[in-house]
Every structure is written in C-alpha cells, then in structure tokens.
Design a protein around this ligand. Structure first.
Ligand code: AMP
Ligand code: MG
Length: 443
C-alpha cells in the first residue's frame, strides 16, 4: 500500500509543459560556468569543448588550387573547338610552378594535377577527360571550353589568414579536429569536463555484480546514465545506491552536490517511499519544476541546492549576508531528479539533463533536432501528455519510415535497445494514420 508524501516540505514549483520545462533548463544553463582550462593533445580533444578560438594561420587554400587533373589554360583560348595548345610543362601537387618556365601565355597550356598550384597566366583548368595529346606530347587538343575560374579554388576563398574557424565553446568532432590539424594545432585548450554525480535510489536496487534477491533488480540506471553523461561531454561519478531512507539519502545527496551536477534516479513519484523531493526540500533546495507533461518521464524534477560539500561554485548564487561580509557564497549546484523507470530515466536525461551538461562543459546548449518520417503503422494513444515513444526508423535511402517499437512500458529496456529513435506525439493527438509525416528525435 502506498500513500502520498507528506506535504510539509512540498516544493513550490509545479508540473509544466514539455516546452516550458525545456526552456527553464535552457534559461538556467545560460548562467552555468564551465570549469578550468587544460591543454590536451589534439586527438585526446575529440568530444571536448574548446576553451580557445582557432584561427586560420594562413590563407585557405594558401594558393590557387586545382581541383581536377587536366590542363591549366586561358579560357579565352577555347572560343573555337577543338583548340590546339602548346604544352609548356607540368605541375604536380606539392610543386611550385616556376613562373619563368611553367606559365601559361596565349595559345599555351600546362599539365596540372589535383591539389597543385595554378601556374601564372592560367584562369581555368580543363579536365583531362576533354583533352588528347597529339603528336610528340608538346601539343594538346582541347575539346571543351571552360569558364574563367573553373576547376580551381582561388587563394583565400575558403578563409583568410586570421579568420576565426572554430569558436571557443565548440565541441570538437572529426571535422573540427581536421580544422585544428590544418592550422597546425597539435595541442588545444579545452575546458575540464564537468563532474556529474549519478545517484540511484531504491531499496530494491542492487549493484550489478551482486546476485539480486527475488524482489531486487540490478542498478542499470547508474550505467545508462553514466554512459549518457560521457556521451554528452561530462565525467560521470557513480555514487553508492541510496536506500529509501532519509538519513542515508541525505548523506549521498550532499556527496553528489559536491560535483558540478547531480543526477538522481528513482524516488520522485508519489509513493510513500519516494523521498527524493522531500529530502532535497529539507536541504532548502529550490525547485524550478516538479514534473513535466510528458510520457515517459512525467515526475522529472529540476532544481538547485547550495548545501553540497566543497567544490567551486558553478552557478552564480545570489549574495548572501555572509558573502557580503567577505565569506565565500555557498556553492549552488543544479540537480535533476529523474524517474526510476529505465526508459523514463534515459528519455528525461536527453530532454533535460543534456543541455545543462553541455553548458557546464562550456558549450552553448544545442537545440533538440526533430526529424520527420512517414508513419508505417497507425498509432492510437491518449491525449494530455506529449509522448516520446521508442520507435524504429527504417526504409531505404531517402524513403524513411517509422513505427513504434513493441514495448511493455517505461521499464522495457529490451524494446528501447531495439529502437533507434522516439516518435513525438503532441498532447492533443489520439490517433495518427499510416503515411502521416511524424516528428521524431534520434536517440
Ligand atoms: P521509482 O521511480 O523509484 O518509483 O522506480 C520506478 C521503477 O524503476 C521501479 O520499477 C524501479 O524498480 C525501477 N528502478 C528504479 N531505480 C532503478 C535503477 N537504478 N535501475 C533499474 N531500475 C530502476
Ligand atoms: Mg523507488
């Protein structure tokens, strides 16, 4: 039997729409400060966030660069086709064409390879496919005309020396790594990863290497969350499992608040032993929302608290009397209370915790990107909540189609593992027909 929580420490915030909840997180994320700066080797910076801007060290490309194998020509020479041009020489990638020997005057051409500098006098490159060497290879026949500027990239067309190529706050992916490499940055300055405490709660939850009792389950949430934290650019700190008992829960929450962010799972519903909100309330936490009109994940909680041990303040806290008197303000940390059902935990992390981790990592939080695909089989549901239902996106090439994964509800991680996206269903829709374009979030 379960009865509702006592309301003595009821938080003031309420249940809000998905959009309002997301905006609240984004608004708070704007004020979150990243950690210290460190310098790491370029490849070790994959997935890290730049603490410095990276500028072009020279023009890109640094010379007019041929983009085709063929002949560098004067386009005006090709008014009459076929045209016979005198071959003055050849320039390979990595060679600098000597202007005295290897340049293009009227009626002349120079053989050129992709990546080689355009010789003086030329204003275009004709692809080798449209040419034929005649006689002793000192003459080439050109069978197609070209426009001035064709088949080469002018010097500096991609970037000028000094142009900013990567902003501070940019997370490094393989394309950004390519840019850093191309300007000679073998080491880069990045922000320290935010330390994100992961605290699972529940009397039934046991460590994954324990043999669970008949009514016990293994702590999968700690691991899925730690993996999501890593993927979002954070450094997970998995805490001990908190029982559904105030004293130990309070201790572990305080421990978690010494990190840069605290993620709790379980214990945020309305059951008699769902103590997370109560204990946070007793620690004078401030709640920004205590539920979102979504499924899965309705009981999700977001707030902040200034009672953790140690660590630098990562949130500008209002000036307290002690701070005005010279003592440092107590560090204020954000927390999310995520519902314990494993699918709810994963979904609410993506919807709400990820942007905060991005901000603490030094990035501008990234917007959610909704794609669209045609629905493969009809969906019937109830109105009232915005739903993010595990689904399978398939189809060949551009013909994307999506259908719901067969799942047994928010505890069904087997179904979620088969799914590759979530179909998003607005709160006012009861039935969605086959063939309709539906929004989805990749996972
Ligand atoms: P709660 O949110 O505490 O009411 O838990 C909801 C459901 O999620 C229950 O069936 C729990 O047993 C399950 N659950 C809670 N915490 C975890 C966890 N750490 N790992 C896996 N399942 C969990
Ligand atoms: Mg529980």
């Amino acid at each position: 039997m379960s009865s509702p929580n006592p309301s003595s420490v009821a938080p003031p915030a309420g249940v809000v729409s998905f959009e309002a909840a997301r905006h609240l997180v984004e608004q708070h994320a704007v004020g979150a400060c990243p950690g210290e700066v460190e310098t790491v080797d370029l490849l070790a910076a994959l997935g890290r966030v730049l603490a410095e801007g990276i500028a072009a060290d020279r023009d890109f490309p640094p010379f007019a660069r041929a983009t085709r194998d063929g002949y560098a020509v004067r386009s005006a020479d090709l008014a009459q086709l076929p045209a016979q041009l005198q071959v003055m020489g050849e320039v390979k990638a990595g060679e600098w064409p000597d202007p005295g020997v290897c340049s293009v005057g009227p009626g002349q051409a120079v053989g050129i390879m992709t990546g080689a500098p355009l010789p003086a006098g030329a204003d275009a490159v004709v692809m080798v496919e449209y040419t034929a060497l005649t006689g002793t290879a000192v003459e080439v026949e050109i069978r197609r005309s070209v426009n001035p500027g064709e088949n080469f990239v002018p010097r500096g067309a991609e970037a000028r020396a000094g142009d900013l190529l990567l902003d501070r706050g940019r997370r490094l992916d393989h394309a950004a790594i390519a840019i850093a490499a191309s300007v000679g940055k073998s080491r880069v300055q990045v922000f320290r990863k935010p330390r994100v405490a992961v605290l699972s709660t529940g009397d039934e939850v046991v460590e994954i290497d324990a043999t669970p009792g008949q009514a016990e389950i293994r702590n999968s949430n700690s691991y899925s969350l730690a993996a999501q934290v890593q993927n979002a650019g954070g450094d997970p700190v998995r805490l001990a499992i908190a029982p559904d008992e105030r004293g130990r829960l309070r201790e572990l929450i305080k421990e978690g608040l010494s990190c840069d962010l605290l993620l709790l799972t379980g214990g945020v519903s309305m059951g008699k032993y769902d103590l997370v909100e109560q204990v946070l309330g007793e620690l004078n936490a401030e709640f920004y929302f205590t539920g979102a009109q979504i499924q899965p994940g309705r009981p999700v909680v977001f707030g902040s608290c200034s009672c953790g041990a140690g660590a630098l303040a990562r949130v500008p806290a209002p000036m307290s009397p002690s701070a005005r008197a010279g003592a440092p303000a107590p560090p204020k940390k954000y927390f999310f209370g995520l519902p314990g059902n494993p699918v709810s935990t994963m979904v609410t992390f993506e919807l709400f915790a990820r942007p905060m981790i991005q901000a603490l990592a030094g990035m501008t939080p990234q917007p959610l990107i909704f794609l669209r695909a045609r629905l493969k089989s009809e969906i019937r549901t109830k109105t009232g909540l915005k739903r993010f239902l595990p689904a399978v996106l398939s189809g060949e090439f551009e013909n994307a189609e999506v259908e719901l994964a067969r799942w047994q509800g928010s505890g069904d991680i087997a179904a979620l593992a088969q799914a590759n996206c979530y179909v998003v269903i607005p709160p006012d829709r009861e039935r969605i027909e086959v063939g309709e374009w539906v929004p989805l979030l990749m996972r």
